[in-house]
Design a protein around this ligand. Structure first.
Ligand SMILES: [Zn+2]
Length: 296
């Protein structure tokens, strides 16, 4: 099918790496890009070359940003102006996929399936080449460049989640991986109490992409700011086991520092088997997330 051919060609470019640097650079605005060269945002290889004093200042700079994750910094990188329009249509099309297949199913949907739904449902409409190219660029862009230093845990844009390896948690609209994640959640419920709920479980690359694009929209195209609150697609441990918990009835406050004031949090943090993914002093570049349980 024509659609498959085009996608394969696109992905070949991506997987080869992936995209030539010149193409990728167009993702961010050139003036901001220049600024970025001067600042302390560094990748691990560069880190090794720094002297201890410079390294220390980079660590401090990073901690400062993590603490003030919602602030705009001088060296933040933005989506380039010419990508803004295609960015909007891409996000809206992905949101239409979500609407058609439903919130729960959307958590697990793969890139290939998303394209098929778009192909089949006129109310979604096919992704344009420009939209697919943008998704490709965002997925394969080096997130270190805009200040996110976490691992890329899923390197394939088309990776699939095997639904059989997951289980839907009643009343949550979310899934957990069978095995360690499920066992940990069950134990947590037992030890913390019935008010502990699952607020986000397994997320496919597409789900993480949608969340990241929505965050990017709310951040006025600031890639650095968006990535201080949310791992870019491919970098989320929700794709391989981690999950988020909250307190029943606490709503959106579950995803704020207010969660750390709840009894549920106080109880869970005392448990020996609980580790948080993004601690208060993390060097990944992500805000403190007292709700995000490390599984992997
Ligand atoms: Zn999380």
């Amino acid at each position: 099918m024509d659609l498959n051919f085009k996608r394969r060609r696109l992905l070949k470019t991506g997987a080869a790496g992936i995209l030539a640097a010149a193409t990728v650079i167009a993702l961010v605005s050139p003036s901001k890009k220049k600024d970025a060269k001067e600042v302390t945002a560094i990748n691990s290889e560069q880190k090794a070359l720094l002297n201890p004093i410079e390294n220390e200042s980079a660590v401090r700079d990073n901690l400062h940003k993590v603490k003030h994750f919602n602030s705009v910094f001088r060296d933040d990188l933005y989506l380039s102006a010419e990508k803004q329009l295609v960015f909007k249509t891409t996000l809206n099309r992905i949101l239409r996929v979500k609407k058609v297949i439903g919130y729960g199913n959307f958590n697990l949907v793969s890139f290939d399936d998303m394209l098929l739904y778009a192909h089949r449902f006129p109310k979604i409409g096919r992704f344009t080449q420009a939209e697919l190219a943008l998704i490709d660029e965002i997925f394969f862009y080096d997130a270190n460049e805009y200040g996110f230093f976490g691992n890329k845990v899923i390197k394939d844009l088309t990776s699939r989640i095997n639904k059989k390896e997951t289980i839907k948690i009643a009343g949550s609209g979310h899934y957990l991986f069978q095995g360690e994640a499920l066992a940990k959640f069950k134990q947590l419920k037992k030890d913390v109490g019935p008010n502990l709920i699952l607020t986000s479980g397994v997320r496919s690359v597409v789900k993480q992409l949608q969340l990241f694009l929505a965050k990017l929209e709310a951040s006025n195209g600031n890639l650095s700011l968006a990535s201080r609150s949310l791992a870019p697609p491919g970098h989320s441990y929700h794709g391989i086991g981690d999950f988020d918990v909250g307190k029943k009835g606490f709503g959106k406050l579950n995803f704020t520092s207010r969660f750390s004031e709840t009894d549920e949090y106080k109880r869970l943090i005392d448990l020996k088997y609980v580790d948080l993914r993004y601690t208060i002093d993390n060097q990944v570049g992500v805000r403190y997330e007292p709700w995000h349980i490390k599984v992997v």
